[in-house]
Design a protein. Structure first.
Length: 290
């Protein structure tokens, strides 16, 4: 299979990623390989965008402009410029996908569902379980709302060093879900307490991301048997947090699983067809390993 196109015509449908920067994004390679695998007349490109409103107006005006992936720093701002957003994504307060339905722009998020699927695919049932989330930023918001609404967890504990961010997410979750929500300042003592109590630990911070791959928020001696550790960082594929958890015999979930899942969900909304998941996975893995 190849991700090279033979032609682009006036009937070709366009999808894109917008953000600033976007040069590092794997999305064009992933989606173009998937379009080619299914023989679809689609193309996916990257646009560095500063003015989100103008970008969305352009999308609305162009009949063939089918879909957008939205990345940092535009996931919140873009909500102001679409026509329809599901209730759960309004509560989350950010979206990462826009679909052009004949000039009506529909915004939604795929990060939360992508994370939930990664957890389910690992054979983890969160019913009645305690979840610890490290970080309260954009990725944490999407995952926290999805888990609090759909996983059946017993309690969700959020830790962050940014008190304003933490208080905002904690309050929004308490108002927008029926789950027990606890927010606490992130420090050595709170990490020690809550890691021991957690059934699932999710790192939603950039700690451990390339190039600072030797960093982790959770000392390995805090792990206990039967815990699950999920790191949303996907570069490197195996962070120090996951390496140390795996060495303790724990179930680990790599961030790349969430990344692939959210891209699959976007592709299926863009095209209306089942995604060639293994093609997309191969492109991601090859890109990250190189």
């Amino acid at each position: 299979m190849t991700n090279e196109r033979t032609s682009i015509s006036p009937s070709t449908r366009v999808c894109a990623i917008i953000g600033n920067p976007v040069g590092h994004s794997l999305s064009p390679a992933i989606h173009n390989a998937a379009f080619a695998a299914l023989g679809l007349d689609f193309v996916y490109v990257g646009f560095r965008v500063e003015n989100v409103g103008q970008a969305l107006a352009g999308m609305r005006a162009l009949e063939n402009f089918r879909g957008l992936s939205v990345t940092i720093p535009h996931k919140i701002e873009v909500m102001k410029h679409v026509d329809e957003i599901p209730e759960v994504d309004r509560h989350i307060g950010s979206i990462n996908t826009v679909i052009n339905e004949g000039g009506k722009l529909v915004g939604l998020g795929t990060d939360g569902p992508g994370a939930l699927k990664a957890i389910a695919d690992a054979g983890v049932d969160l019913t009645g379980r305690q979840v610890l989330m490290l970080g309260a930023g954009g990725a944490a918001r999407a995952i926290a709302f999805t888990l609090a609404r759909e996983s059946g967890l017993a309690r969700l504990v959020l830790l962050d060093i940014n008190q304003e961010l933490l208080a905002g997410l904690t309050a929004d979750l308490a108002a927008g879900t029926n789950s027990a929500i606890v927010g606490a300042a992130m420090n050595e003592a709170s990490i020690r307490q809550h890691v021991r109590e957690a059934d699932l630990i999710i790192n939603c911070t950039p700690v451990g991301m390339h190039p600072k791959v030797d960093a982790t928020l959770v000392p390995a001696e805090l792990f206990r048997p039967a815990q699950v550790v999920f790191d949303v960082v996907y570069n490197p594929l195996e962070t120090r947090l996951l390496t140390e958890a795996r060495a303790k015999g724990l179930t680990v979930i790599q961030g790349v699983e969430m990344f692939i899942n959210q891209a699959v969900l976007q592709f299926e909304r863009f095209t209306g067809q089942a995604a060639p998941v293994e093609v997309m996975r191969r492109v991601v893995m090859e890109s990250l390993r190189s």
